[in-house]
Design a binder for this molecule. Structure first.
Ligand SMILES: Nc1ncnc2c1ncn2[C@@H]1O[C@H](COP(=O)(O)OP(=O)(O)O)[C@@H](O)[C@H]1O
Ligand SMILES: [Mg+2]
Length: 263
């Protein structure tokens, strides 16, 4: 496979337009991810907080979606539920047609391992392991074969084929996040969930990570990026904007329409 540096210079515009049209055209289909009226409550000091207050959404295979909203609007709670780290109090959640909203924690863990790739703001790499060893981990947990070869391949995809044996503290922030992205894609998950993936990076490294997500999107992967950065939202064909645990707006990013001259 070609390293990502070579692929980031392809013209993104047709892909962006296609995905936007695809999102609309496929809305009638079953959807890779489908939630219906998902509610998640927390009791804090006797007061109920509705972190998610009836979230209904459909995400189709191959979409690149930004989830935006101010702090406390429910973005991370939504990611935790979509990522099978947590279950809704009520409502339904289907991944590829399978109802996962009522599964027990060990069943959830299995779905998570098989279908979800996570990318976190703080990278969450294990410090004394090399890039290859970090990327191998989800394969080893899942008992999959040829872990080292698959890990090397994933690192090549993210442009780190020359940093296989480096430990996290021998890498820049942007490179660490690339290792984390390699770890997220190595199991070939149905969906990649990234919570503020550029939040700890300078703007240049952040841009590189975004380009990498765009390349992975062009390869057909399904990606959700939580962000409070309007530039990142503008980069995605679709933006789901949250407020007070509800979906306030869902469609082409408002900022993107201006930034791209209303395309
Ligand atoms: N574990 C928790 N216990 C209590 N309240 C929580 C917990 N997690 C989130 N909340 C509350 O739920 C709401 C949504 O939080 P969160 O999903 O983290 O928002 P965001 O990621 O958009 O900043 C907030 O009001 C937050 O205080
Ligand atoms: Mg959050």
């Amino acid at each position: 496979m070609r390293p990502v540096e070579l692929m980031t210079h392809t013209t993104p515009e047709p892909a962006r337009l296609q995905s936007r049209a695809g999102a609309v055209a496929a809305a009638a289909g079953p959807g890779l991810i489908r939630t219906h009226n998902v509610v998640k409550r927390y009791l804090v000091g006797g007061t109920e907080v509705r972190a998610l207050d009836g979230v209904t959404l459909t995400i189709h295979e191959g979409e690149l979606v930004a989830i935006t909203g101010s702090s406390g609007s429910g973005k991370s709670t939504l990611m935790n539920i979509l990522g099978c780290l947590d279950s809704p109090d009520s409502g339904d959640y289907f991944i590829a047609g399978e109802d996962v909203s009522k599964l027990k924690s060990d069943q959830l863990a299995r779905i998570r391992n098989r279908r979800i790739g996570f990318v976190f703001q703080s990278f969450n790499l294990l410090p004394r392991l090399s890039s290859v060893e970090n990327v191998e981990l989800p394969l080893l947990y899942a008992g999959r074969h040829h872990a080292a070869a698959k890990a090397r391949e994933a690192l090549e995809i993210v442009g780190l084929g020359d940093r296989l044996d480096h430990e996290p503290n021998q890498l820049s922030g942007g490179q660490r996040q690339r290792v984390a992205i390699a770890r997220a894609i190595v199991t070939d998950p149905a969906i990649i969930l990234a919570d503020e993936p550029t939040g700890n990076l300078d703007s240049r490294s952040g841009d590189e990570i975004l380009k990498l997500f765009e390349t992975l999107h062009q390869q057909g992967r399904t990606i959700l990026i939580v962000t409070h950065d309007p530039d990142i939202a503008a980069f995605c064909p679709r933006e789901i904007n949250m407020r007070d645990g509800k979906v306030l707006r869902d469609g082409a990013p408002a900022a993107g329409l201006t930034a791209h001259g209303g395309d």
